[in-house]
Design a protein around this ligand. Structure first.
Ligand code: UD1
Ligand code: UDP
Length: 369
């Protein structure tokens, strides 16, 4: 069998835990030559390098160093630099994950150069086109040759959008492959002691969606409700750089100092984060990936958004969608603290073997070609 040259793309924090098991699996096969390309969309040590160490990811073969910018600027700059690399490397396939700007930018370049495009985590839909991620998802799926899905809703969405069923493969969830692989090691983390937290006696919070943090009034309301919750239990909040910038810009940091049990900390590494999450009473979040991870860990998740592109986490898992109404967030958290958190089951095929299935499909197709 001919050797298959595959460029695997990462750019932002949630990409690292998705690509790590895929690279691991590709390395097991002599007929695959995996390359790792990092666009540099995220670049702070705590948003990027730390994950390479913790996930055992190899140093990227190519680093584009793009950094931050408006959507057009960031996407455009990734495309320009990525195209140059593709001319040099001439891969058989480009594999992208998730829904960030790096995903669509590299996907568009690959497909226009006639390189087969693989999308992992295809078909998720929030049906909310004000979210930049929704645009990235819909467009990436339209131009992909191989689409790997994590849940049944994705199959239905792709079918409705006219994507041929032959291209779509239900394989499970690579983010959960990483979680299951690293869970035990994460258990050795000392982060609870470092942050002064006791197991099962705090809420974990993450917020970074533009709809939640870029508007002063909405962010103020969300921080106010966290402050109120910190009077019931400790609240630990690793703050995403977008949010950190907004908190400063809107001069909200001062008032948070009046709430000692509301602990704003820097983003934490993957193993530490898994440990904090696994031992929390509940998680309040607007993250995509964290809705999935909490379901597998059996930790109740309160999603501060009006929708989710991951309905299986609600139908089967521990997730509830509460919107951004502060009263609703408060009352749902109160219920969970009183011991009435949702108990979930594991979604189908979230068994730690998604990467294995993906690579098997790619090798089979290459053989047939
Ligand atoms: C991006 C993704 C989002 C994903 C999130 C994961 C897009 C459109 N959005 O959002 O889907 O959920 O990553 O975390 O791709 N910044 C730093 N240091 C960094 C990275 C960012 O300071 O290492 C700051 C910059 O001021 C930047 C801002 O954060 O302008 C936003 O970064 P960006 O990558 O544009 O979007 P995210 O909000 O991180
Ligand atoms: N995460 C982390 N440290 C943090 C916050 C999140 O390691 O301080 C991990 C989390 O466990 C999950 C991923 O980052 O694996 C989710 O990324 P994020 O919320 O930034 O993006 P989204 O999933 O919303 O696109």
């Amino acid at each position: 069998m001919k050797s298959l040259k595959i460029v695997n793309v990462v750019g932002a924090r949630p990409n690292f835990m998705k690509i790590a098991p895929i690279i691991d699996e590709m390395k097991k096969h002599d007929d695959i030559m995996p390359y790792l390309l990092h666009t540099g969309q995220h670049y702070d040590r705590v948003m990027s390098e730390l994950f390479f160490d913790q996930l055992g990811l190899p140093k990227p073969d190519i680093y584009l160093g793009i950094g931050s910018g408006g959507h057009g600027e960031q996407t455009g700059r990734i495309m320009i630099e990525f195209e140059k690399c593709m001319h040099d490397l001439q891969p058989d396939m480009v594999l992208v994950v998730g829904d960030v700007n790096s995903t669509i930018a590299c996907g568009l370049v690959a497909t226009k150069l006639g390189i087969k495009l693989v999308h992992v985590e295809a078909g998720l839909r929030s049906f909310d086109r004000t979210m930049p991620e929704e645009i990235n998802r819909v467009l990436t799926d339209q131009i992909s040759d191989y689409l790997f899905t994590t849940e049944a809703s994705a199959q239905q969405n792709l079918e409705r959008e006219g994507i041929s069923a032959e291209k779509v493969h239900f394989v499970g969830n690579v983010m959960i492959d990483s979680l299951l692989k690293h869970r035990e090691k994460a258990g050795q983390s000392q982060v609870l002691t470092e942050l002064g937290l006791q197991p099962n006696s705090y809420l974990l919070v993450t917020l970074h969606r533009p709809a939640n943090v870029d508007d002063k009034e909405i962010l103020t309301q969300l921080l106010d409700v966290l402050a109120r919750l910190s009077e019931l239990t400790t609240v630990v909040f690793p703050v995403h750089p977008r949010t950190r910038n907004r908190v400063k810009e809107f001069a909200l940091d001062q008032k948070l100092q009046d709430y000692p049990a509301l602990k704003l900390v820097d983003p934490v590494g993957y193993l530490d984060f898994l440990h904090i999450m696994a031992n929390s009473q509940a998680v309040v979040t607007d993250s995509g990936g964290i809705q999935e991870e909490t379901s597998v860990l059996g930790v109740p998740c309160i999603t501060a958004r009006d929708n989710t592109e991951r309905p299986v986490t609600v139908d089967v898992g521990t997730n509830i969608i509460v919107g951004r109404d502060p009263e609703r967030i408060f009352s749902e958290a109160q219920k969970i603290l009183a011991g009435n958190g949702k108990k979930g089951l594991l979604p189908p095929l979230w068994d730690g073997r998604a990467a294995e299935r993906i690579v098997a499909v790619l090798r089979e197709q290459a053989q047939a070609a």
